[in-house]
Design a protein. Structure first.
Length: 145
């Protein structure tokens, strides 16, 4: 993939983020209704204000996201959507800083500075108003992928 300072070099869909009031209940739903078997162990990501669990599918992952506490950004989403639902799409990029520079140059709003996400690599979010109503997470491609 070739990138320039104005082209973020959009990569593969890494995961679909699903907000949920209960990771445990969501795991059971994906297991019982869709036959999910490759389910990671839930873990806390307090710096992001969330609890996370990944479910592997043949071509991507589902990221279940539960609020860590009442100050979690997911808590606000669940207040509007009590049953939960699709929160974001995450795409890989080769270089997060190139992606951010390209987006800003094109007038998109990047939400905050890069931070370490659930996969241990740098992530940043793009405002949903700039992406047709969809919250987009860009994640620097993990080493070895």
């Amino acid at each position: 993939m070739t990138t320039s300072r104005s082209d973020p070099g959009l990569g593969r869909l890494n995961h679909i983020g699903i907000a949920t009031p209960s990771i445990a209940a969501s795991i059971e739903t994906y297991r019982a209704l869709l036959g999910a078997t490759a389910i990671g162990k839930p873990f806390d990501l307090p710096a992001q204000g969330v609890k996370v669990c990944f479910i592997d599918t043949p071509n991507t992952q589902i990221e279940l996201i539960e609020p860590f506490d009442d100050t979690s950004p997911i808590a606000g989403f669940l207040a509007k959507n009590p049953a939960g639902g699709q929160h974001h799409l995450c795409f890989e990029v080769a270089d997060i800083h190139v992606a951010i520079a390209g987006l800003i140059a094109k007038g998109a709003r990047v939400l905050g500075a890069p931070r370490i996400g659930a996969h241990g690599t740098s992530v940043v979010f793009v405002h949903p108003r700039d992406m047709g109503g969809v919250l987009i997470e860009l994640m620097e491609t993990p080493a070895g992928h």
